[in-house]
Design a protein around this ligand. Structure first.
Ligand code: PEP
Length: 253
């Protein structure tokens, strides 16, 4: 475990209406109110943000969105800007999730623009990277991560990136029940951190939080969190139920 404050983040994807999300957020708020030395974030669907923000008032849970568009406003049907997210109560935004990359055309270049827009609006970007199963089997994991990180963070200097969170999410482990072993997670996290050190220097690299995502559950979270470069988790399926998610938040008890 590192000295960086861990972040346990839930990605609710396209689950829960506004009412359902507010109800779950209210339950989670009660369950995690005594959590210390850990940050918690949930990212419901856009339509639920406003209601969830109200439900989380007075809590220690941060609100995130699952995506944004980089322009401030304009004729971009179906898109949502960083300013809209801030007004809805968000402090965080997930960027470059593998489902966005594979189903909705996000690329390293658009991810770069989205990270820039998030940071300029004061949002914490949770920047997702990760390899497919075929890439891992072909021994390409590090070259894939290298490209995603370099291109996603292209033209930034370390001062711009304050607050950035990286999430390593091997695509073969997302929603599949296959978790990376803690050694595989540590190896990838260490690779990412040393790349960030090369690109932006040690003060940034040693402070940046790198979350692991991919079938994190109550029975594996602690073992993953014990690894020195694992600073938290980005959780899909197991974040939907407040009782299960709160077990992840209290992973060290
Ligand atoms: C995710 O979608 O970011 C994720 C990690 O999902 P799951 O926990 O369900 O594998």
């Amino acid at each position: 475990m590192s000295s960086r404050t861990p972040l346990i983040a839930g990605n609710w994807k396209m689950h829960k209406t506004g009412l359902q999300a507010a109800e779950a957020a209210g339950q989670l708020k009660r369950r995690v109110e005594k959590a210390t030395d850990v940050e918690v974030m949930i990212a419901p669907a856009f339509t639920a943000l406003y209601q969830v923000a109200r439900a989380l008032e007075g809590s220690n849970i941060a609100l995130g969105a699952q995506n944004l568009y980089w322009e401030k406003q304009g004729a971009f049907t179906g898109e949502v800007s960083s300013e809209m997210l801030v007004e809805a109560g968000c402090t965080h935004v997930i960027i470059g999730h593998s489902e966005r990359r594979s189903f909705f055309g996000d690329t390293d270049e658009t991810v770069n623009r989205k990270i820039r827009a998030a940071l300029s609006a004061g949002l914490v970007p949770v920047f997702c990277v990760g390899e497919t199963e075929a890439q891992r089997e072909a021994g390409e994991t590090f070259s894939v991560l290298d490209k995603q990180v370099r291109d996603g963070l292209k033209d930034f200097v370390f001062d711009d990136l304050t607050g950035l969170v990286v999430a390593y999410e091997p695509i073969w482990a997302i929603g599949t029940g296959k978790t990376a072993s803690r050694e595989q997670a540590q190896e990838a996290h260490q690779f990412i951190r040393s790349l960030l050190d090369k690109l932006f220097g040690n003060p940034f690299a040693s402070a940046v939080r790198i979350l692991y995502g991919g079938s994190v559950k109550p029975n594996n979270v602690r073992s993953l969190m014990e690894m020195p470069d694992v600073d938290g988790a980005l959780v899909g399926g197991a974040s939907l139920d407040p009782e299960t998610f709160s077990k992840l938040v209290f992973y060290n008890q």
